[in-house]
Design a binder for this molecule. Structure first.
Ligand code: ADP
Ligand code: ADP
Ligand code: ZN
Ligand code: ZN
Length: 752
């Protein structure tokens, strides 16, 4: 007889962070979803207890010798954790890696594509590694496989609104009365009175890039032969293809303003040598395929008829299908991974695991629905189900009701945040959750209300003819003094429109995104918001000592850890690990400093207070205002001294929001501010946005969350689909109007 406990991961008496002796059983080879308000303790169970113990067990498998080099991961604070299998954590940390890391390399699809060309490419050029831009034989010699090199900055070099005579060519060699300009005019090959914008494509090409040729010109009543060459081509040959360091300093100074880093002119960004690029399959070379959107690529690969490569084609289409399944069909294999968003990064990592052959693994996901439009959430669900059906245990921290619905088992953590959380308030099925009476259960039952009384704008900010990435000549007005929500499926062009195009001409806008606020490893909510400065002053004047003592990068700091409270251990082949400082026990200060008190509390006591406790403790006006702002964005539960690095992307975003709240008359741009927020916290966030608008600000939010969308004054819906099938504005108007908009996918989901 088997012990039925073998079918569960069993946790008893877990006490990490705010957990109150949590005991629970997580079914193996099933999908379990953890939900609950932000700060209730989901991560403390899933990451700090389950994942931490799994890592510790994994390390114990190594020999004593190897273990000496591994960090001693402390045992999680719990009575027992049993039946764990190896855990793989798929989080939203962005994929770094520089320009040599692409979608193709990170998903292991590139090697298969290279193998395909080495078997089926015509002409047959050689072994598979020849097709790699990381290989000396395969890489473009001009840019060393980077795809980018120095090129002429066309904005600086050419003024399309002028004629040649009016000075359309701005390059230094073509100044008024210069030899080059005189020759160009005398040669009679171009219309010197026509604006360049009126030139035909061929004429312009000849003027800019025409190959050198001899022309007879009349100069000072004598016939002479001169060489005419496209002005950009000439500049490139004369200054860029030569080693710039061999030129005089004066020349360097004169030409540098016209040179920028751009797409390599030899391989046009393909990164590969000409020999490699000449090998083709069905008319496409390997760079053509890498630059194709995955959705189209999979069709092209399926059409390849090559018996010798049949198994390679199968392996390739299987992997590409995973990318399509997870809603990344709008990406290309040559896309550099450091340009992917957090949600996209997480989904790319997921694909890597789906193609792998590991079984009986515990997969842990952190809000995988981030960045996904309601239309695409079902694809994520299918992937989670696939992982489970391969025999794995799937644990997901998630707030999205459409994901929660597919769970085999739901754990609701609460009832509230911080010290008022840390309990399991519900365990069971989805119908059970709806009846449970918990915050989560109750919010799931609430119907969506569409905003009726939308605010009237007092002006507009225009975007004209935007063409970056997939934008299809987009012109759109953003109304001022209202709440505008920009929606659309992933890859439709929301971030490109707002973060890249709009913000490039509105640099005064206040941007609140999820990027980590890692100013320094010492920063925490108190230092970031400026509360620390006021607190130090208060301690100094209460004790009649220098305020510098109370700073943890001063002489008051613990000498062992330099005021960090932790000792960071760097390992070349693993992430670095922080262990608590043995001297100060994580309190960061010397004993001499801790004897100074303010109303009975030491500086370390203050840093251990939650925002909520600090609000009760302090009466200083400035401190209270800043604490209130943190509380307003739902961060009552964080402690003042909690290192910024322990905060999630969503929490970072809300700290930024809190410290910008008091500015008036500004433009605010927020990128998915509901990330990490439980349904019951979203009402709170909306209140803050509305307060900002009521104070005269313009608020622009990129968001998929239907509750936020339904409460906008104005919606801009991008689409209709992702990538090349997107890039248009499909709807502009109010929430009550979008549900009638035929082309809007967002409208369709709001309706249902
Ligand atoms: P959730 O995942 O539900 O948002 P967490 O498990 O992250 O909640 O947090 C639960 C509580 O524990 C919160 O009060 C949080 O501030 C606190 N906490 C989380 N991580 C740390 C940490 N590294 N140090 C101190 N407190 C922490
Ligand atoms: P959304 O914000 O709606 O998810 P994005 O603006 O991120 O969409 O993407 C729109 C299109 O532009 C997609 O096809 C995407 O792959 C492409 N894109 C976005 N950022 C980059 C980049 N840095 N380099 C190349 N293509 C990009
Ligand atoms: Zn090149
Ligand atoms: Zn210390």
């Amino acid at each position: 007889m088997t012990d039925s406990n073998q079918e569960y991961i069993v946790i008893s008496g877990a006490r990490e962070n705010n957990l109150k002796e949590v005991s629970l059983r997580i079914p193996k080879r099933k999908i379990t979803i953890f939900t609950g308000v932000s700060g209730s303790g989901k991560s403390s169970i899933v990451f700090d207890t389950i994942a931490a113990e799994s890592t510790r067990l994994l390390n114990e498998n190594f020999s004593m010798f190897v273990r000496n080099f591994l960090p001693r991961v402390p045992q999680p604070d719990a009575d027992a954790i049993e039946n764990l299998s190896m855990a793989v954590i798929v989080d939203q940390k962005r994929l770094g890696g520089g320009s040599h890391s692409t979608m193709g390399t990170i998903t292991d699809i590139s090697p298969i594509l290279r193998l395909l060309f080495s078997r089926a490419g015509q002409p047959h050029v050689g072994p598979a590694h020849m097709f790699s831009f990381n290989d000396p034989q395969g890489m473009c010699p001009e840019c060393n496989g980077l795809g980018r090199s120095l090129v002429v900055d066309m904005k600086m070099a050419i003024d399309m609104s002028k004629s040649i005579k009016e000075g359309a060519i701005l390059l230094p060699d073509y100044k008024a009365n210069s030899f080059d300009l005189s020759m160009l005019i005398e040669s009679g090959t171009f219309d010197i009175d026509k604006k360049l914008s009126d030139y035909s494509k061929d004429e312009l090409n000849e003027l800019l890039y025409g190959k050198a040729r001899k022309v007879e010109v009349q100069f000072m009543s004598k016939a002479m032969n001169v060489t005419v060459e496209g002005c950009i081509e000439k500049f490139t040959n004369k200054y860029i293809r030569r080693d710039i360091k061999t030129m005089s300093e004066r020349t360097q100074k004169a030409v540098m303003p016209y040179i920028i880093e751009g797409v390599c002119s030899s391989c046009h960004g393909a990164r590969l040598s000409q020999a490699t690029l000449s090998s083709k399959i069905n008319g496409y070379n390997i760079a053509d395929l890498a630059a194709m959107e995955v959705g189209q690529l999979i069709r092209v690969v399926r059409e390849i008829d090559s018996p010798v490569a049949a198994s390679i084609i199968k392996a390739l289409t299987d992997r590409l299908q995973h990318l399509v399944d997870i809603g990344l069909d709008y990406l290309t294999l040559d896309r550099e991974t450091d340009t992917l968003s957090g949600g996209e990064s997480q989904r790319v990592k997921m694909v890597k695991h789906l193609s792998g052959s590991l079984v009986d693994v515990t997969y842990i996901f952190d809000e995988p629905s981030v960045g996904l439009h309601p239309r695409d959430v079902h694809r994520l669900n299918e992937l989670l189900l696939k992982l489970r059906d391969k025999g794995n245990t799937v644990i997901v921290v998630e707030h999205d009701p459409d994901v929660i619905k597919v769970a085999d088992h739901i754990v609701d953590v609460g009832p509230l945040a911080g010290s008022r959380g840390g309990n399991i308030v519900f365990e069971g099925s989805f119908p059970g959750l709806l009846q449970s009476g918990t915050l989560t259960g109750d919010h799931m039952k609430r119907p969506l209300q569409l905003k009726q009384a939308c605010r009237q704008p007092n002006g507009k900010l225009s975007i004209n003819n935007a063409t970056l990435h997939n934008l299809n000549n987009v012109s759109v007005d953003i109304p001022t003094s209202v709440l505008t929500v920009v929606t659309g499926v992933a890859g439709s062009g929301k971030s490109t429109l707002i973060n890249d195009v709009f913000l490039s001409s509105h640099t005064d806008a206040i941007v609140i995104d999820q990027s980590a606020i890692g100013v320094s490893s010492r920063s925490n909510p108190a230092t970031y918001t400026g509360i620390m400065d006021d607190v130090r002053k208060a301690f100094a004047s209460a004790n009649k000592v220098n305020q510098g003592l109370f700073s943890f990068n001063s002489k008051g700091a613990c000498e062992n850890c330099g005021g960090q409270g932790v000792i960071s251990i760097d390992l070349s082949f693993l992430d670095s690990v922080d262990l608590p400082c043995e001297v100060c026990g994580g309190r960061r200060f010397k004993e001499e400093v801790l004897v100074y008190k303010l109303n009975g509390k030491s500086i370390a006591d203050v840093l251990e207070m939650t925002v909520e406790q600090a609000l009760e403790f302090f009466e200083l006006k400035e401190v209270v205002r800043k604490l209130q702002a943190l509380s307003d964005v739902g961060l009552t539960y964080i402690t003042l001294g909690q290192p910024m690095s322990t905060l999630s992307g969503g929490e970072c975003q809300r700290i930024k929001l809190a410290s910008e709240l008091h500015k008036k008359g500004s433009i605010y741009v927020m990128d998915e501010p509901t990330t990490g927020l439980h349904m019951s916290d979203i009402g709170h966030l909306l209140e803050i946005m509305n307060r900002l608008v009521d104070a005269g600000n313009t608020v622009i939010v990129i968001e998929h969350n239907l509750e936020v969308i339904s409460q906008a004054d104005w919606l801009i819906d991008m689409g209709p689909d992702g990538g090349s099938k997107g890039g248009q504005v499909v709807f502009e108007g109010t929430p009550t109007d979008i549900i009638h908009a035929e082309r809007s996918i967002t409208g369709k989901y709001l309706r249902s």
